[in-house]
Design a protein around this ligand. Structure first.
Ligand SMILES: Cc1cc2nc3c(=O)[nH]c(=O)nc-3n(C[C@H](O)[C@H](O)[C@H](O)COP(=O)(O)OP(=O)(O)OC[C@H]3O[C@@H](n4cnc5c(N)ncnc54)[C@H](O)[C@@H]3O)c2cc1C
Length: 389
């Protein structure tokens, strides 16, 4: 297969700094060499390619926008976004692994943890020595996490946690879980080592999406953790929601990578596949599909580029992230479906990456705030009227 050339219809590459391009190209090469050759096998077997974790850590891909003081790469948010884009061109599950580790585990410890917690955990999470997960969603509370029933109770020098979480990425393979639970009716974050008595994380089976990613339940039954394991600097739902803003930011970039993968596959295929004595790329209806794909990818690239610059300048609002996540995942899913169509019957074979991306994106469309929840967030922002309830 020809080497990936990138999709850059509006010469956006001219806007990136040398460092940003260097980081992007490094991850692009990593994905070409290390991810693409093995990912279909893992997708088929429904296993996460754990062998990639150490290599990703070596390249500084975990929490790469956090400070060097904690052994992180200290990159700006555009470079961070480009990393997510390239990882998801490989597979949404690989990007999810890095998103959870960085945005949902390292970020809350960095932002809301004590200095001791940062010193203890961040270098180990950056090096991949420890793997983390983020437990917010519960069986009966998905889009409405404020209704969570997981509880923490103070007993002497300890907190005792009881409850259950569901759909938790990396749960079974994690060494540490950031668990959100109500303490005296207020949502708080807790750092929970997963080898502690009372904690179990059975893997959820039967997924037909994000198959190369571990998804788990977390069961907490009288889990005693020391008092120092609470995140001291945050109270209320704003804690987990602000982590989700960080992760959604990465998803908005990642979706562009997935769309680039399926568009490139469809374009190459259409140029080579002969029907009625001509390449199918010569038919107007096929061109129409390809043009829609590249136009939507270009618009999505602009959105995340400006989002990233705004984030670096401290001007990003969470509603902007909602718009980028909502739009980019939708266009990535539409692009994958159109690519599947252009490949005809071959579109359902895992010999091509298209069906895998298409299935993955069904999860990405739902997790980290469903498509419609993001519409409601933007709707509330522009009208001043909340329509959630
Ligand atoms: C593969 C995978 C990995 C995940 N990883 C994690 C993880 O690591 N950590 C974690 O905490 N969670 C994780 N999740 C959970 C994910 O964030 C939730 O699935 C998501 O928030 C949606 O919740 P739900 O599935 O319960 O859907 P529901 O909330 O039940 O929503 C079902 C439907 O109802 C709609 N809906 C709900 N409320 C409204 C409303 N007010 N107005 C209009 N429509 C509404 C939704 O848009 C959706 O279409 C993961 C999910 C998946 C699939």
């Amino acid at each position: 297969m020809a080497k990936f050339q990138g999709v850059d219809y509006f010469k956006l590459d001219d806007q990136y700094s040398e460092e940003e391009l260097m980081v992007r190209n490094m991850v692009r090469e990593f994905v070409e060499k290390e991810v693409l050759p093995i990912i279909e096998g893992h997708h088929r077997e429904a296993t996460f390619p754990m062998e990639l974790a150490g290599k990703m850590a070596e390249l500084g891909l975990f929490g790469s926008n956090l400070p060097e003081k904690y052994d992180c790469a200290g990159l700006n948010n555009v470079a961070y976004g480009l990393i997510m884009q390239e990882l998801e061109r490989g597979d949404s599950g690989v990007r999810s692994f890095a998103s959870v580790q960085g945005a949902l585990v390292m970020f809350p410890i960095y932002e809301y943890g004590s200095e001791e917690q940062r010193q203890e955990w961040l270098p180990k999470l950056a090096s991949g020595e420890k793997i983390g997960c983020f437990g917010l969603t519960e069986p009966d509370h998905g889009s409405d996490p404020g209704g969570m029933v997981t509880r923490a109770e103070k007993q002497g020098d300890e907190y005792v946690l009881n409850g259950a979480k569901m759909w938790i990425t990396n749960g079974t393979i994690a060494d540490v879980a950031i668990v959100w639970a109500k303490l005296d009716g207020v949502v708080r974050g807790f750092i929970v080592p997963t080898d502690i008595p009372g904690f179990t994380a059975p893997e959820m089976k039967g997924k037909f999406s994000l198959r190369a990613s571990v998804t788990s339940e977390l069961v907490l039954k009288d889990v005693h953790i020391p008092r120092e394991n609470i995140l001291p600097e945050i109270k209320g739902l704003r804690g987990p929601l602000s982590c989700l803003t960080q992760a959604r930011y990465g998803i908005a970039w990642g979706a562009v990578g997935s769309a680039m993968a399926t568009y490139e596959t469809a374009l190459n295929y259409a140029k080579e596949r002969i029907q009625f004595d001509k390449p199918i790329a010569s038919f107007q209806m096929v061109q129409n599909k390809l043009v829609t794909m590249v136009t939507e990818i270009t618009k999505a690239q602009m959105l995340v580029y400006h989002l990233g610059r705004n984030k670096d300048e401290g001007k990003m609002q969470h509603q902007m992230v909602s718009m980028a996540k909502m739009n980019n995942v939708k266009i990535a899913l539409d692009t994958a479906r159109a690519a599947r169509d252009i490949l005809g019957a071959n579109g359902i074979l895992d010999e091509y990456p298209v069906i895998r991306h298409m299935l993955n994106l069904e999860s990405v469309y739902t997790y980290e705030g469903t498509h419609d929840i993001h519409r409601l967030i933007i709707g509330a922002d522009i009208t001043g009227i909340e329509a959630f309830k």
